[in-house]
Design a protein around this ligand. Structure first.
Ligand code: AMP
Ligand code: GLY
Length: 422
């Protein structure tokens, strides 16, 4: 079987490695892929180049396609490939809107009674600014559309909130994505990510995880795309999982069905465990990055089989077995990320740990693997305990070299503390 994977980051590398375990898979094409994906043929075709993706698929006898990133999903890449007769894993555009529009997802939750932060929607800057004159502070400003993960501002003061609104609604900071904004209640509590498979009938959560979004140790510094992740998340107890299934997961699937927007694919629940119970912070219409780099190594069952079952609405008949282990992924970034950084340094990864490395920002040049992005790669280790998984992941990090490498030293530390308390 020939498989096409749209995307080119660490998440896609994890998906490719996992799909490659299926003995029926012959070639995996990555669009665009990156220089570190030895398991795939990397094509360089951009993930949002829908015409380019369609042409490539037409000429390469693709048996199954996986569309991983948010932009092509929201742009309707799955709809287009399916229309050509290529079976796909991923939601259609009308379902991907659950991530593509925060106004849509907030209104969906309100309509169907799914717990989330209180909010108001604004289409005019003046009305938003007026509302902020008396809104409780801190407050949270969210651009309606996709904004490369940067469209959420936690404003600690009225002034910051107003600046954020002005930048988004009047300054065009996120283009069309910022023309409408959601202003919502600031919630507190531990955050949990739950990635789930759903075929529109049932929802099958994978292992929970804990992302580390800030650039610096002890959750200091700027927000990033994620500097590391552990799984399972110790805050996510069995009782909370049951509550989430009943109050959040199934109601979301049912709501999407009721709206005529059946969601098939991986639905990402970004949750906050507030003093008033679990609430949805965000939905994503796809696997998370870097969460996928711990969740898929802990998935024992065959990924391609599950993906096909999701598409064919046979998920309830398909085994989704999760390993009873812990995993830790440490991201190695370029010094300076998420602001400016240098690229082009040679990366050395010893052969014995290559299967644990998920490459993101790297390119091949004259046979050498060079850094080519902010988040360069992630290293994931599994073990029977979280402590062991963390220690092993950092031992592997020590074996990988490139100039200006930067990583956090405390991935999993908060989870270790929580595990002792929960
Ligand atoms: P997002 O880009 O939607 O993942 O949001 C980025 C981060 O902002 C989340 O991971 C939360 O830490 C934080 N956040 C989003 N919404 C809220 C909220 N209503 N209250 C507190 N924190 C929030
Ligand atoms: N880790 C957050 C995301 O994938 O959006």
């Amino acid at each position: 079987m020939n498989i096409l994977v749209v995307g080119g980051g660490g998440r896609e590398h994890a998906i490719i490695k996992k799909i490659k375990e299926n003995p029926d898979v012959s070639t995996i094409y990555a669009l665009p892929g990156n220089g570190g994906m030895e398991e795939a043929v990397c094509t360089g075709i951009g993930a949002t180049d829908i015409e380019g993706i369609k042409n490539f698929a037409k000429n390469n006898q693709i048996d199954f396609a996986v569309v991983a990133p948010d932009d092509p999903l929201v742009l309707g890449c799955v709809d287009e490939l399916e229309a050509m007769g290529i079976p796909c894993f991923g939601p259609e555009a009308k379902a991907a809107i659950i991530e593509g529009s925060k106004v849509f997802s907030k209104n969906l939750m309100k309509k169907y009674g799914i717990p989330t932060a209180e909010y108001e929607v604004f289409t005019e800057a003046e009305a938003a600014l007026k509302y902020l004159e008396t809104a409780p502070i801190p407050t949270v400003i969210k651009a309606d559309g996709l904004a490369l993960g940067k469209g959420v501002i936690i404003a600690e003061s009225r002034e910051d909130a107003m600046t954020a609104v002005r930048e988004m609604m009047q300054g065009g900071k996120f283009g069309k994505s910022g023309e409408r904004v959601v202003i919502e209640e600031f919630l507190t509590g531990p955050e949990v990510t739950v990635l789930s498979f759903t075929d529109g009938n049932v929802v099958v959560p994978m292992v929970s995880s804990m992302d580390h979004k800030r650039a610096g140790d002890n959750d200091t510094g700027l927000n990033t795309g994620g500097m590391g992740v552990i799984a399972p998340n110790p805050y996510y107890t069995k009782a909370i999982a049951e509550e989430c299934m009943e109050k959040i997961f199934m109601p979301t699937i049912n709501a999407m069905n009721a709206e005529g927007r059946t969601f098939k694919g991986c639905l990402y629940f970004g949750l906050m465990l507030t003093p008033n119970g679990p609430k949805v912070i965000e939905y994503n219409c796809r696997f998370g990055d870097p969460e996928t780099q711990v969740v898929l190594p802990l998935l024992e069952s065959d990924l391609l089989t599950i993906m096909k079952a999701v598409r064919e609405s046979k998920l309830s008949e398909t085994e989704v077995k999760i390993r009873n282990e812990h995993a830790c992924c440490v991201i190695m970034a370029s010094k300076g990320y998420p602001e400016s950084y240098e690229k082009g340094f040679e990366i050395s990864i010893p052969a014995e740990i290559k299967d644990k490395v998920y490459v993101a920002g790297a390119k091949l040049s004259e046979g050498k693997l060079l850094t080519n992005g902010g988040r360069v790669l992630g290293v994931t280790e599994k073990a029977d305990s979280l402590k062991e998984a963390i220690d092993k992941a950092y031992a592997a990090v020590e074996k990988i070299h490139f100039d200006n490498a930067y990583y956090r030293h405390d991935i999993g530390a908060r989870a270790m503390k929580a595990a002792a308390e929960v």
